[in-house]
Write a protein that binds this ligand. Structure first.
Ligand SMILES: [Zn+2]
Length: 233
């Protein structure tokens, strides 16, 4: 193998590592946002559950008040009915008492429904509170782990970048410029094996001249299709 190819392969290996680490580093802000989003979500669910309980309690109070008002009215009407001597008025008051009694009955049904709903809402509130506590409790450790990850990645990237700077000193500038251009264009390689007359970078068959120059290893050869430097295996 040509010494230039050997050097370029080492640089390419560092570039692959740098690509992987950079992608990992780019994910850190998204992971941080996801942690924050989870807390906000749990907080919103807890607030909604709390509001649901409060609204139901308010509804019960309102129904209870309405029921008491109507019961008082029934009591008054009953007294009036007892006191009257006019049959028409007696009948009219009787109809009113029935109407109010029906209303009280309807309110009692509504109150019962609210009471039944109350158990489910209280359970939901408890669950939302527990979830919020779990999410909140786990948050510092998650943030710490993420901060450490970011630190480690940044350090490793700096180390690899320094290493790469040293490695490229041995490579002729024109060759390096081609390598950098092809790597950037292809996104993942600029030095590939030639196998069964195919370029490992683009999987296209290369021409006979390229094959012979690659096998002879007297000078650098490039795939005429994608520009990758080739080496025979
Ligand atoms: Zn190619």
């Amino acid at each position: 193998m040509l010494p230039q190819i050997e050097s370029l392969l080492v640089v390419q290996d560092r570039d692959h590592q740098l690509q992987t680490l950079t992608k990992e580093l780019e994910k850190v802000p998204r992971d941080a946002a996801a942690i924050k989003e989870r807390v906000m979500q749990a907080n919103a669910e807890f607030t909604t559950a709390k509001e649901n309980v409060q609204q139901n309690e308010l509804a019960v109070k309102k129904i209870d008040l309405d029921r008491k008002t109507r019961t008082t009215t029934i009591d008054k009407l009953t007294v009036q009915q007892f006191e009257t001597s006019k049959p028409d008025e007696f009948a009219a008051l009787g109809a009113e008492i029935t109407r109010y009694t029906d209303m009280v009955s309807e309110l009692e049904t509504q109150e019962l429904e609210c009471m039944e709903k109350s158990d489910g809402l209280t359970t939901a509130l408890k669950a939302a509170e527990e979830k919020l506590n779990v999410v909140k409790a786990g948050m510092p450790a998650e943030v710490k782990a993420l901060t450490e990850k970011k630190g480690n990645l940044t350090t490793r990237i700096a180390e690899l970048t320094a290493e790469r700077t040293n490695l490229i000193k041995d490579i002729e500038s024109g060759t390096l410029a081609i390598y950098d251009r092809v790597f950037a264009k292809k996104g993942n390689s600029a030095v590939s094996p030639l196998s069964e007359n195919q370029c490992g970078g683009c999987h296209m068959k290369v021409i006979a001249d390229t094959i012979s120059r690659t096998i002879q290893e007297k000078e650098l050869s490039q795939c005429e299709n994608c520009g990758c430097f080739l080496y025979s295996v």
